[in-house]
Ligand binder design. Structure first.
Ligand SMILES: Cc1ncc(COP(=O)(O)O)c(C=O)c1O
Length: 447
């Protein structure tokens, strides 16, 4: 067997091979122990090797592994849908399950489009999104986001039905002496202007990550921002899609991230921690407004996938969500998150190259700068986030890096999004390896 038949992210670079996982640690074939500080891509909320979840999957595998969802339903899918919908019965009417976050976003987009078609508003095909947002890697989901580095090879082929406004990004966009209210007002005005320029009757939906992850590095909105967004969407009848693929299902210290914003979405996507990486699965939660139109029309959904509502994937998610509820893991995220926040501030507030520390729950971002006072970024060619991440792996810590934080090209960040089960002692270990790795990586840069 050749070690190099697999197409790697960097085709000429073979990454370390992980052979087992246990709790917050993964182990490579050369016996290196690595603290999984972002649980992969903010996925492994229960940590690795949870025997109980594995039993759920084994149990279901003994019954049936696959059914064709165009003709049949299955028990774990029904149970999972009930768990999610019955949590917020006033908000959501139905749950739909796909395999990845990108598929969930594509499905949410298609549900929005079909909703408007069924209502006879055929002009509503435009989407307003936000800069530096990431909504997935299939062509449409990539095109509806604005992570310039990931879009670059495909610019020119994206559908021209999306426009972009500024995200809520306090560190770099909120002016000195500007109050939160004034900042929100400025963003609200910009969004309303965009709605009016496009023509509100042409807009299907506004889509946003409630707390942006990959592109912006865990930037929570300021108070009142999403209330203003909801108000504007309601004013023009535009649907609000919240993409909580990364920030949802407990990650920010509440089950849904929007619970901290005092608003509700019309359609919502989730993925990563739904089955915590034990199986690939994502969900779209469809609100009453949209579902009522589907129900009244009696038509078939114009969206389906071979592996949607997959029994094994759903069984893993049922297991994960039951454990989450039984162990009060959302509360644990909030309390361990407080500890992580304190330790991040204690260790890095005075660090000359950590410009900003922001986040919620167990979803934190560190933005790196060459000069703290002027907020000058490092030269993008040094890929500082990726460099720190690489040094971190050498030192026994994995953290997900990001680049182009400021404008898609400049700015670097790292995400700290550990498993929900991380202990305070493990947080201490994470912080100490991170501190060492930042210093080592930055010291290796040319002057
Ligand atoms: C907010 C958001 N939406 C969508 C996606 C795409 O998910 P996937 O990589 O599972 O397709 C991601 C992935 O990081 C994400 O963070």
């Amino acid at each position: 067997m050749s070690a190099h038949d697999l197409l790697y992210l960097v085709p000429t670079t073979v990454p370390p091979k992980v052979v087992r996982g246990d709790g917050v640690y993964v182990y490579t074939d050369d016996n290196k122990k690595i603290l999984d500080g972002t649980g992969g891509a903010a996925v492994s909320s229960l940590g690795h090797g949870n025997r109980e979840v594995i039993e759920y999957i084994k149990n279901q595998a003994g019954k049936v592994c696959y059914v064709h969802n165009m003709a049949f339903t299955n028990e774990p899918a029904e149970e999972l849908a009930h768990m999610l919908v019955s949590r917020n019965p006033d908000v959501f009417a139905r749950a739909y399950f796909a395999n990845s976050g990108s598929e969930a976003v594509e499905s949410a987009i298609k549900f929005a489009l079909q909703y408007w078609q069924l209502r006879g508003e055929h002009e509503r095909t435009h989407f307003v999104s936000r800069k530096q947002s990431y909504h997935g890697n299939t062509l449409f989901s990539l095109g509806i986001g604005k992570m310039i580095s990931r879009r670059a090879p495909y610019e020119g082929v994206f559908p021209k039905v999306t426009s972009f406004v500024d995200p809520c990004y306090t560190y770099r966009h909120k002016k000195e002496n500007e109050t939160d209210e004034q900042y929100v007002y400025r963003l609200e005005k910009q969004l309303e202007d965009e709605f009016l320029v496009v023509g509100p009757n042409r807009i299907a939906a506004f889509i946003a990550e409630t707390v942006p992850g990959a592109g912006l590095g865990c930037t929570p909105p300021v108070d009142g921002y999403f209330k203003a967004v909801r108000r504007l969407c309601d004013k023009f009848g535009i649907l609000l899609i919240l993409d909580e693929v990364m920030c949802g299902l407990g990650r920010t210290g509440t089950f849904h991230a929007w619970e901290q914003e005092g608003i509700t979405p019309d359609i919502q996507t989730n993925a990563k921690t739904l089955a915590a990486g034990y199986q690939p699965i994502s969900s779209v939660l469809v609100g009453h407004r949209v579902f009522k139109t589907f129900e009244e029309s009696g038509t078939q959904l114009a969206n389906f996938h071979t592996y949607q509502a997959h029994p094994l994937a759903c069984s893993a998610a049922v297991g994960v969500q039951k454990i989450m509820a039984r162990e009060n893991l959302v509360q644990k995220v909030a309390s361990t998150g407080k500890y992580l926040e304190e330790q991040l501030h204690k260790t890095f507030d005075s660090h000359p190259h950590v410009g900003d520390i922001r986040g919620r729950g167990l979803f934190w971002g560190l933005e790196f700068v060459k000069d703290k006072k002027s907020k000058q970024w490092f030269d993008p060619k040094h890929k500082v986030g990726a460099l720190i991440s690489k040094v971190g792996i050498k030192n026994g810590l994995f953290l997900n890096p990001g680049a182009g934080t400021y404008d898609g090209v400049h700015g670097d960040h790292l995400m700290v999004a550990p498993p929900y089960v991380i202990t305070k002692e493990e947080v201490d270990t994470l912080i100490s390896i991170l501190a060492k790795s930042i210093d080592e990586a930055i010291a290796s840069l040319p002057n």
